[in-house]
Design a protein around this ligand. Structure first.
Ligand code: MOS
Length: 743
């Protein structure tokens, strides 16, 4: 019963594209009901200390202002005594808004003003007078580095650093050629187009329908139920469209808590939307300091690999990232030592941001590899091929597939790498220095348990659903393709539903695991429908397929056909009639196959970048990027390419633009707006070329597809930094590479 694939591998347009561009697709802050109230958050102005007094009288005097919630008047909640942690919470004790008078970070929500209009709430919030008793705070990672400690491991699926092997420090000492350098990466904040918002619709019976900006409706639902002690039946969370998230929507954010609190206390529907400035108050990519030391023999054999990193966390949770594990996965080396610590700052707990850990860990690693290649007078690709690892040494396991060699080869060819003069400052165009750099990318190819339901109607329509999310990545489209493909239906006959806690269980939409996880469940549910239809068609007397072997039946163009005699066919609807059913329904859970355990499963890439640096001004432009990705089977080359391109743009952003600046005197992020938090504009993004190399993987999941949401960013910042070195001869070891660092 193998049906040739008709939908997978096709560049199908986004099925939600029209809704997105016409504004029909609504975000969490765009669902309206009559009588909706608006909440505005008041944020703390100190980083640490206590609230001495809150005077809300002036705000409350305004007609239309209903309530100002603070720690003094908030209801008592079970959560304040019992510690519930959401699905993405690191070890520690989660921040609980309005819990008490303690301030633990600047920008902490300390009051919620609820009013009849948005403008009124916003104005009233400016009238709330708060007096603080400040304590001294520490927000400088360098200063706190000496107090760094090994974090408590908390999150599932996040690997601790590998145990050391060999004698890395001794081998480094003895190595013929070595680099030993420190790299620094700054705080970066999520700046999706859609700010975080929650609209809580309160029904008379106390039932809540919540439109929340989230990557996991079930995580938000479980959070609300635990925090407010509500049964699941009373809380439905929906998130049909998400205007960008990439980690910021993995944890329920404080606007959800505050909106639900206000709705329950006032017995009214309430929306809380964060301002752009407040988008800088609930988690960020952590600042890191990373030492990478590499030793090699004269022929380029890697003899020592040391990666030590410290990243920031908050005073209340141990946020961890996988920073130091990648080197010994990518490169064979007999002497390896990795070390990872966190240092607590008086800032909010960091949060995942696209390829958390790898984006910045691989930046340091791949910069150091470039430094080593230069020291060895060896081509950067040749050095990587010389030390290419066929096995993951961290776990001593083979890779389920690894076509990274093809990435190097095809990427180099497309880029024209062979024409590179290895000498720094050797390429020039007018007043600009030209540099070519490359780097490797790696990310996990994970699968999580997930469920899906498939319902086929007599109208020939297939509706498939799962409580997953589409953060702009293409989930709607690819799931539709998988379902259509499995049943041989046209795309137009299939509807995929997501973003609703009443749908079958799906994991958080993150980690690049959604296609592997939810896609496998969609496939299984549709295969079960297929089995039923085949049974109807084969076992019913008078059916054109009566008596045909099950393995002889193929699905194509809405029909079940005899593979060897396609004239013997019934439509899917006829098959249902033969079976005497008015609809067919299957719900399944797909779990990772145990055979995965024997392998390390990763997606790889090779990234090539060209920069042009104005010698007089120090300005850097990235004029060309080629990203060659080995990501298993590509289900939709159009959405896949978009994912990688988006990742490359973000990588350029990391390399040249993004940085949240802390004022350590105030303990506060200062550039919390689009004017001063720099992201690339169209003029900063030139040619991006994406290659998908062939990669066959029968282990990762039944689809053979590896997630592509995160790999696009990994390696880009290093490729750009390496190109800047090649152009200028200057090695900048801190991101972003701004012009002051080049002059
Ligand atoms: Mo991703 S940072 O797991 O949304």
């Amino acid at each position: 019963m193998t049906t040739p694939s008709t939908q997978l591998g096709r560049p199908v347009n986004r099925v939600d594209g029209r809704a997105k561009v016409t504004g029909e697709a609504r975000y969490a802050g765009e669902f309206n009901v009559p009588g909706l109230l608006y909440g505005q958050v008041v944020s703390s102005t100190i980083a640490r200390g206590r609230i001495k007094s809150i005077d809300a009288s002036e705000a409350l005097r305004l007609p239309g202002v209903l309530r100002v919630f603070t720690h003094e008047n908030r209801p008592s909640l079970p959560w304040f005594d019992r510690k519930y942690r959401d699905d993405d919470a690191p070890s520690g004790s989660p921040f609980r808004p309005l819990h008490n008078d303690k301030v633990v970070y600047s920008g902490q929500p300390v009051a919620l003003v609820v009013a009849e209009t948005f403008e009124l709430a916003r104005h009233a919030a400016s009238l709330v007078r708060i007096e603080y008793k400040p304590d001294s705070h520490e927000t400088d990672l360098r200063a706190q580095r000496k107090k760094a400690y090994a974090p408590r491991q908390g999150k599932d699926g996040f690997e601790p650093p590998p145990k050391p092997w060999g004698h890395a420090d001794k081998a480094l000492d003895k190595a013929a050629v070595k680099v030993d350098a420190e790299y620094e990466t700054p705080v970066e904040h999520h700046n999706p187009m859609e700010p975080h918002a929650s609209t809580v619709i309160h029904e008379d019976d106390g039932t809540l329908t919540i439109y929340d900006k989230t990557q996991g409706v079930l995580n938000s639902q479980t959070y609300v139920c635990n925090v407010f002690d509500l049964p699941k039946e009373q809380v439905r969370v929906r998130s049909p469209f998400v205007g960008g998230a990439f980690g910021s929507g993995l944890r329920p954010q404080y606007q959800l808590f505050l909106a639900v609190l206000a709705a329950r206390e006032l017995k009214r529907s309430v929306r809380v939307t964060l301002t752009r400035e407040q988008m800088f108050t609930f988690g960020h990519r952590p600042a890191t300091l990373q030492r990478v030391a590499l030793g090699a023999s004269a022929d380029g054999t890697l003899e020592a690999l040391i990666h030590e990193a410290v990243s920031e966390t908050s005073s209340f949770e141990d946020y961890i990232e996988v920073l130091v594990n990648w080197g010994s996965m990518l490169y064979r080396c007999d002497n390896v030592r990795a070390d990872y610590k966190v240092a607590a700052l008086d800032c909010y707990t960091p949060i995942d941001m696209r390829a958390p850990g790898a984006a910045i860990g691989v930046y340091a690693l791949e910069s150091a590899m470039d430094e080593l290649a230069h020291a060895l007078r060896m081509d950067p690709i040749a050095l990587r091929l010389k030390n290419y690892s066929e096995r993951d040494q961290n776990k001593d396991k083979p890779y389920s597939s690894k076509e990274l060699r093809a990435c190097y080869q095809q990427g180099a060819e497309r880029f024209g790498w062979a024409r590179r003069n290895p000498e720094p400052r050797s390429m020039r165009e007018g007043h600009e220095l030209v540099g070519w750099g490359m780097a490797t990318g790696i990310w996990d190819a994970m699968q999580q348990p997930a469920s899906a339901k498939a319902v086929l109607g007599l109208d020939g329509r297939l509706v498939v659903s799962s409580a997953t999310a589409d953060i702009g990545t293409g989930t709607y489209t690819v799931m539709t393709q998988i379902a259509a493909d499995t049943l041989g239906l046209p795309i137009e006959s299939v509807t995929f539903k997501l973003g609703d806690s009443s749908l079958p269980m799906a994991p958080l939409e993150g980690g690049s695991w959604t296609v592997a996880s939810v896609g496998s469940a969609v496939k299984e549910a549709c295969e079960k429908l297929r089995e039923q239809l085949v049974t109807f068609a084969r076992k019913t007397k008078g059916s054109p397929l009566a008596g045909v072997g099950a393995e002889e039946v193929v699905f194509a163009e809405g029909q079940l056909r005899n593979a060897s005699d396609p004239s013997r066919a019934v439509s899917i609807v006829e098959a249902m009639r033969l079976g005497g059913v008015t609809h067919l329904e299957e719900q399944t859970s797909a779990v990772p196959s145990p055979k995965q355990q024997a392998y390390t499963r990763c997606v790889h890439s090779a990234v090539f970048a060209e920069v042009k640096v104005d010698e007089a001004l120090g300005t850097v432009r990235v004029t060309r990027v080629v990203s060659a990705v080995a990501g298993g089977r590509v289900l939709n080359p159009k959405t896949a390419r978009s994912q990688v391109m988006g990742g490359v743009v973000w990588g350029i952003s990391m390399a040249l633009h993004e940085e949240t600046a802390l004022d350590h005197t105030l303990g506060r992020f200062m550039n919390h707006n689009y004017a001063e938090y720099h992201v690339p504009v169209n003029a900063d993004v030139r040619d991006i070329d994406v290659i998908f190399v062939d990669e066959d993987d029968t282990v990762v999941n039944p689809l053979g597809a590896k997630g592509l949401g995160e790999i696009g960013i990994v390696g880009v910042a290093a490729a750009v930094a390496n190109a800047v070195f090649h152009a200028t001869g200057r090695r900048v070891r801190g991101l972003p590479i701004t012009l002051d660092k080049l002059l």
